[in-house]
Design a protein around this ligand. Structure first.
Ligand code: ATR
Length: 471
């Protein structure tokens, strides 16, 4: 049997599907998993793709089965497992071989691993892969960080296995070091915001207007043929439409309102904070998931406040439903603008020179936030002559001018009714502050100078000034 062109370690859900994808695209792949029984079961289930899969029971055998220079994809649990697996692999690999961490690594760990492997003769690549199980199997969005030369070596296989948007592969080299995993982290942060905003709209319709899951499914389905067309809106309609085998009612009504999180959304919020870039929609979405997890506390609070503070009703007439659609569009645009601003800052701070138009382009298919709207973002970046904020680009100034009044009405209705709209409100209030040329931080500077003599700048003179405060 000819040797494999690539190796893959870690046959969990993502790893198994990625290995099948690689084999299906015509590349022979050697596979290895810590627990050998999983390797056997995987191979048994690979059907006619078996002819391009080489199952290996030991690392020595695995390495021997790959043609040098060997690209080895790691799809093991993020964190300690990656370090352990790299240490074990180093015993077997040779100079020129490449380790590609395709898991959900924190980009700071990725940067550390680049440092640790420097001078080892091995090439390291940090690769963000988005699209879940389905994406891994049939075409994910692939965000590559590392040396450009390393990308050139693996580009043919990666473009073969990536998703395609109108024929263009959704895989790209984004920059050195942790660039790929960083962009994946921001992708997930935006995904959190997107999902939270959709859930808030659902809450207004369910708790304010009393719509059934089926009625809401129809609304989301309709929105999926307009400017909100996206994977998340599409699956929202499907989730709302699904019925429960046990009760016969809508499945969504039987699902507990406690959301999980693996941490990547939180990393996005933390990194935004560390860089001093406002990403309020992402931060709020992370906080909302955390509050969702505190179900017992919420139930007690409902008991404590329900009688005194009842929630109000909303009327889901045509005008309100149109407002919800535009509100979601405006809020979503604010979330993307925040996420892209974080990437812009990181690009400077880490000297990645991130191609933001390319980032938008490779998110158009394969990944969870894929949407029509990303084509507009890509086009806007392509047309911008210098780095620019998304909400200053003419196409998006028009969108916000058209859609933000609806966001304001929707947030106001939600707030008045006592229904939670934290991410929609975060988008709106950030947008209002963003477009305020004369803000209110002059008062904060006055306070800081009053209690700590921190000084302030004046509107009419250069230099550092102090007030003659009477204390
Ligand atoms: P999934 O894709 O299913 O979400 P994951 O939880 O991120 O997967 O990772 C699971 C994979 O990491 C498995 O292949 C697991 O190997 P086992 O089948 O032996 O559990 C692998 N893994 C976890 N810890 C590991 C470690 N310390 N060393 C090597 N592989 C490890």
């Amino acid at each position: 049997m000819t040797k494999a062109q690539i190796g893959l370690i870690g046959l969990g859900t993502m790893g198994s599907n990625l290995a099948l994808n690689i084999a299906e695209k015509g590349h022979a792949v050697a596979v290895y998993n810590r627990t050998a029984s999983k390797t056997g079961a995987f191979f048994e289930n690979a059907a006619d793709l078996r002819e391009r899969i080489v199952p290996c029971a030991t690392l020595a055998e695995f390495v021997a089965q790959i043609r040098p220079p060997r690209p080895v994809v790691l799809m093991v649990q993020a964190g300690k497992a990656v370090d352990e697996q790299i240490a074990a692999l180093r015993e077997h690999l040779e100079a020129g071989d490449m380790i590609i961490d395709a898991g959900n690594a924190n980009f700071r760990d990725t940067i550390r691993r680049f440092g640790e492997l420097e001078g080892s003769g091995l090439t390291f690549v940090g690769m963000g892969v988005s699209g879940g199980e389905e994406g891994a199997r049939h075409g994910p969005s692939i965000m590559v960080g590392g040396a450009q030369e390393a990308w050139r070596q693996i580009e043919p296989i990666l473009t073969d296995i990536a998703a395609r948007f109108q024929g263009e592969p959704c895989a790209a080299w984004l920059g050195e070091g942790g660039a790929g995993h960083f962009v994946k982290t921001i992708h997930n942060g935006i995904e959190y915001a997107d999902m939270q905003m959709i859930a808030e709209i659902y809450g207004l319709l369910r708790d304010g207007a009393g719509l059934s899951a089926g009625e809401m499914a129809t609304i989301f389905q309709r929105w999926n043929s307009g400017p909100l067309e996206s994977y998340l809106v599409e699956i929202t309609a499907e989730v709302l439409r699904a019925s429960d085998g046990a009760t016969g009612g809508p499945l969504v009504d039987a699902i507990l309102d406690r959301a999980g999180q693996k941490g990547t959304g939180r990393w996005a919020a933390v990194e935004a904070q560390l860089m001093g870039i406002p990403a309020t929609t992402i931060e709020t979405a992370v906080a909302a998931r955390s509050l969702s997890a505190e179900r017992d506390l919420r139930l007690k609070a409902q008991g404590a406040y329900a009688d005194a503070l009842p929630t109000g009703r909303l009327v889901a007439d045509e005008a309100f439903i149109r407002d919800l659609e535009h509100a979601l569009l405006a809020a979503k645009l604010a979330a993307y603008a925040q996420g892209f601003a974080v990437m812009e800052e990181a690009s400077t701070e880490f000297r990645w020179d991130l191609p933001l138009g390319t980032v938008a382009r490779i998110w158009r298919a394969g990944c969870i936030i894929r949407s029509q709207f990303l084509s507009e973002i890509a086009a806007a970046y392509d047309q911008a002559r210098e780095p620019a904020h998304l909400l200053l680009m003419p196409a998006f100034v028009d969108t916000m001018t058209m859609a933000s009044p609806a966001l304001r009405r929707v947030v106001a209705r939600g707030v008045e009714a006592g229904l939670p709209v934290p991410a929609l409100a975060a988008a709106l209030t950030w947008f209002d502050a963003f477009r305020q040329g004369r803000g209110t931080a002059n008062l904060i500077q006055g306070q800081r100078d009053f209690f700590g003599a921190h000084g302030f700048e004046r509107v009419d003179a250069q230099g550092d000034h102090h007030g003659a405060w009477s204390k």
